[in-house]
Design a protein around this ligand. Structure first.
Ligand code: GSH
Length: 200
């Protein structure tokens, strides 16, 4: 049975799942959820995804309604252990970044972009402050190693990539962080990489 992704072209949350499916070479069906038309809040979609969020991954009877949870599912179900190490320290190092993808990355670049592109009602200064904490930390972490959580790419890199690539759409400047720029290019050189769609 074909995997289905309830998707949206400008959602970085959706892109991280689409990207990982592509890196794994898995065929899937993408169904666009038109958020401008409120399709993510319809009764039918809410039956699938009670919080009314995109993306949702459906694999047979399995329904996953969170992008990082979907990365974990796909890594364990279809990937090899390199994407999500089993050993305690390796797994914790990956989880550190999955937490950040839903934490600092969300409060910073994701919110800044939502304000700038979609006029969302959030505190822009707070989003800039979170980004100003996140970027130097990532720069420091990536200064002496290639990948975020291991000596090879993991789902940590997939989770952090999409919104970092379009940080400028939130009015944020990452040009002073060479290690982050180098890491973005390294993710882009992975076999099966697909681009994050820019909204503009
Ligand atoms: N924790 C979720 C967050 C997903 C999310 O915030 N998606 C946005 C689109 S990029 C959304 O659906 N927003 C509508 C809402 O939260 O009501 C995930 O990682 O998948």
């Amino acid at each position: 049975m074909t995997i289905k992704l309830y998707d949206n072209p400008v959602s970085g949350h959706a892109h991280r799942v689409r990207l990982f499916l592509s890196l794994l070479g898995i065929e899937f069906e993408s169904e666009n959820v038109n958020m401008r038309e409120g399709e993510h809040k319809t009764r039918d979609y809410l039956k699938l995804s009670p919080l009314g969020q995109v993306p949702t991954l459906v694999d047979g009877d399995v329904v996953i309604t969170d992008s990082c949870a979907a990365l974990v599912y796909l890594a364990k179900r279809y990937g090899d252990e390199r994407w999500l190490p089993e050993d305690p320290e390796g797994a914790a190092k990956v989880q550190r970044w999955l937490s950040s993808a839903s934490g600092e990355l969300y409060r910073g670049p994701v919110i800044a972009r939502a304000i700038e592109l979609f006029g969302r009602d959030h505190d822009y200064d707070a989003a800039v402050q979170w980004s100003d904490r996140l970027f130097p930390w990532m720069q420091q972490e990536l200064a002496d190693r290639t990948w975020l959580a291991a000596d090879h790419a993991t789902i940590a890199d997939v989770a952090m990539y999409s919104y970092m690539r379009v940080a400028d759409e939130g009015g944020l400047d990452i040009s002073d962080y060479p290690a982050i720029l180098r890491w973005l290019s390294d993710v882009e050189s992975l076999d099966g990489f697909i681009s994050m769609t820019r909204a503009n």
